[in-house]
Each structure stands twice: as C-alpha cells, then as structure tokens.
Design a protein around this ligand. Structure first.
Ligand SMILES: Cc1cc2nc3c(=O)[nH]c(=O)nc-3n(C[C@H](O)[C@H](O)[C@H](O)COP(=O)(O)OP(=O)(O)OC[C@H]3O[C@@H](n4cnc5c(N)ncnc54)[C@H](O)[C@@H]3O)c2cc1C
Length: 371
C-alpha cells in the first residue's frame, strides 16, 4: 500500500472549495477505487478487500502518513455503504455500492431536524406510501454536503403515534436531484458553507428504497451511528497531527524576540498536550483490543469521541492564542481551525450525550431522564 500511495497520492495542495475541489476529490476517489484502495473493509464481491479490523487501522495510519486527500462522499464510504452491505437488499447492493466506491455518487445523511438532534427519535419528516412510491414531506438541518449530494440516507416517520417513538421510523434512500428536494446552504462561524437546510416537498422515492425493514429504521440509524463512532483512529491521528502543526508553528514563530518553542510556559503546555495525545492513541488501542476480543466496539468509542474532540478544540484554542490579537484575523494561523473544532464536539453526538452514554454504560450510573 505504501508503494501504491507513493505513486498515486496527488502532490501539492488540493483546491479549497467549489467545483474544482469536487472534481479533484472525485478523481482521487476513482483512483482509489481502481487501485482497490476504497472501501477496503467491504466484502470482495462488492469491490472491497475484506480487510480485517487491524488492517483497517493500519490502512488509516498509512493514509494519514502519506497525507492522502480525504475520500469524497465520506458518509457513503464510512456509513451508508457499510449499512447497505449489512442490511440492504441484494438489488440495493448492486445498484448503490459500486458508485459509492468510485465516487460517482455522493451521499448525505438526513437525520437531524430543527427539533430532533440529540433526541433524534422525535423526528417529524413524514413518508407515506402511495402506490409504488414514498411521498416525503418535511425538513432536515445541518445536512453536511447536501448541496453536492446525489443521494440522501433519510430518516422518516412512516407510522404516526407508535407506542414508542423509536418505532415507526424508516431509512429511505432519496434521490437529491428532483423538484421536491431543495437545499439552502448555511453560513457557519468558520466562514464556510458545508451545511444545509434540506426541504422535502412531495419528494418521491421508489417503494423498494427502504434500507432494512419498514418502520424499523431505528436499527439502521443506530447501525450507521455505530460505524460513525467507530472511526476513532481517525480522531486519535487527527489530534496528533494538530499537535505536530502547533509544535511546528512554535519552532518558526517568536514572541518578544524569543522563539515560542523556548518559552517555558509554551513548552510546558506542549509537553502536557503531548502526553494527552499519546493517551488518545493508547486509548484507541485499548478500545481496539476490546473490539477484537468481543467482536464489536465497546462504549469506549464514546470516550474517544469525547476526549479527542475536546482535546482538539483546546489545543487549537491554545494555538490560536499564541498569535495574540492577530488571532482575530481570518488568515491568522489556527483561527479557522479553532472555530471549526467546535463542530467536532457536536457532530455524531454532543459531548454531553457522550458523557451520558459513559455514565450509564461504563460507570453504571442511573439513566438520564428521557421523554
Ligand atoms: C460538523 C457537523 C456536521 C453535522 N452533519 C450532519 C449531517 O450530515 N446530517 C445530520 O443529520 N446532522 C448533522 N449534524 C447535526 C448533529 O447531528 C446535531 O447537531 C447533533 O446531534 C446535536 O443536535 P442539535 O444541534 O439539535 O442540538 P440539541 O440536541 O438541541 O442540543 C442542544 C444542547 O443541549 C444538550 N443536550 C441535549 N440533550 C441532552 C441530554 N439528554 N443531556 C444533557 N445535555 C443534552 C446538547 O449537548 C447541546 O449542548 C452535524 C453537526 C455538526 C456540528
């Protein structure tokens, strides 16, 4: 794999935004798929390599080491594809999997709604089966990349007033290129516009586009979130990378005529971060050991998500502060990354929700009060 990456990873910085970036990333995804390096954990019959968990970890470490561009359609690769392989129909596998692998179709994740985020089961977007189509009405929010996506993995209510709100939900694959679907990009505090409000007004999806069983979409939703939170090695590698960048900055920048790296307070802080970054990696390995022994990730995944996203935010806040008042400029080192890091503590379950999970499932504390 190292040999292949040496030959194929594009040199230079990728384009930052817009159609150029999409073209660049689609090309990279196609290159990965052609080389057999996309979806490596997927079974061979669906274009994967059937890689073991340990091989997947090594794969991610090597991708990080080679500074390879990210995979486009992140949701499809890391979550949509695996869940279709796990519980989709054979027809869905044949139809969707190859195009996720080669980047031809980009997916987005339609879960959150204005009143259903942490409390996802309160979602209200409705799908009604009329003849051989679902007719969908409602809206989603914070849909990453919806403006670029071809398909949406959409959670809808398909049964009103079920005995338990986790029932009566279905996961439906919806074509984003139709008159009934509209997206509106949201302007974030880091000045980017990756999120959307997504509106469904009599949008249509064929009856056979449900993933898993009708009214049992909660299982599909949870399976997806399991894949999402399982990606902890990426988080551990991510904080290590941030620390490298901060140390690099301190070596090349001075304050009061002295290189930052020689300032005892800065050195002390960097040393403390070094210990915590190392702990993140060891924590991941411990989690991995549990996973290998038990066959499934443990609740420690929540610990990694909480620990790494909070550490990342703290390190970037420290790094931004090294620039003093200059940090208020957009182009100041770390300012944009610092503002972006807040999202990491919210996406895929907020820090408070992770603490609830850890309290209940690891520490055995009484359950959170739920509606
Ligand atoms: C970078 C990023 C990408 C995202 N991408 C997507 C996407 O592609 N698709 C998608 O559907 N969604 C996406 N989201 C949305 C994300 O899933 C939600 O923001 C998240 O689940 C929190 O929901 P909420 O924003 O409605 O906040 P709320 O659930 O309203 O929470 C508000 C505050 O209350 C706290 N809180 C809520 N419940 C409890 C509780 N029981 N105990 C203690 N505290 C609690 C929360 O921690 C938070 O601080 C993304 C978000 C981010 C930041």
């Amino acid at each position: 794999m190292r040999g292949w990456l040496d030959q194929h990873v594009p040199r230079g910085r990728p384009p930052e935004d817009g159609p150029e970036e999409i073209r660049f990333l689609r090309d990279w995804q196609r290159t990965l798929a052609e080389g057999g390096w996309a979806g490596i954990s997927w079974p061979r019959e669906y274009g994967g390599r059937g890689a073991t968990l340990m091989e997947q970890v090594i794969y991610q470490e090597e991708m990080d080491r080679a500074d390879a561009p990210r995979q486009i359609g992140w949701f499809g690769i890391t979550m949509g594809g695996p869940v279709i392989i796990q519980i989709g129909t054979e027809a869905q596998k044949q139809r969707y999997i190859p195009k996720i692998l080669n980047g031809e179709e980009i997916w987005c994740q339609g879960y959150s709604e204005p009143n259903a985020g942490s409390d996802l089961a309160s979602l209200r977007t409705r799908a009604v089966l009329e003849g051989d189509h679902w007719v969908i009405n409602g809206s989603k929010i914070w849909t990453s990349s919806a403006h670029q996506a071809d398909l949406c993995f959409l959670l809808c209510r398909t049964e009103d007033n079920p005995p338990d709100k986790h029932m009566g939900i279905s996961a439906i694959i919806v074509d984003m290129h139709q008159p009934g679907v509209r997206t509106r990009r949201l302007h974030q505090m880091n000045d980017e516009r990756d999120f959307n409000e997504t509106y469904f007004e009599n949008a249509l999806a064929p009856a056979d586009c449900v993933v898993g069983e009708v009214n049992k979409g909660w299982q599909a939703a949870v399976a997806v979130l399991g894949f999402e939170r399982g990606g902890s090695i990426g988080r551990a590698l991510g904080v290590a990378r941030v620390l490298d960048e901060v140390v690099g900055y301190c070596r090349t920048h001075s304050r009061g005529g002295r290189p930052l790296i020689q300032d005892p307070l800065v050195r002390g802080q960097l040393a403390a971060y070094h210990g915590r970054v190392h702990a993140a990696r060891l924590g991941f390995y411990r989690n991995l050991t549990h996973w290998l022994r038990e066959g499934r990730p443990g609740p420690e995944g929540s610990m990694m998500k909480l620990y790494c996203s909070e550490l990342r935010k703290e390190m970037l806040g420290f790094a931004a502060s090294l620039a003093g008042p200059e940090a208020m400029r957009w182009d100041s080192a770390f300012t944009e990354d610092y503002l972006t890091s807040f999202g990491g503590t919210i996406e895929a379950g907020t820090s408070e929700i992770q603490k609830n999970t850890l309290g209940e499932r690891v520490l055995g504390l009484p359950k959170d009060i739920r509606n």
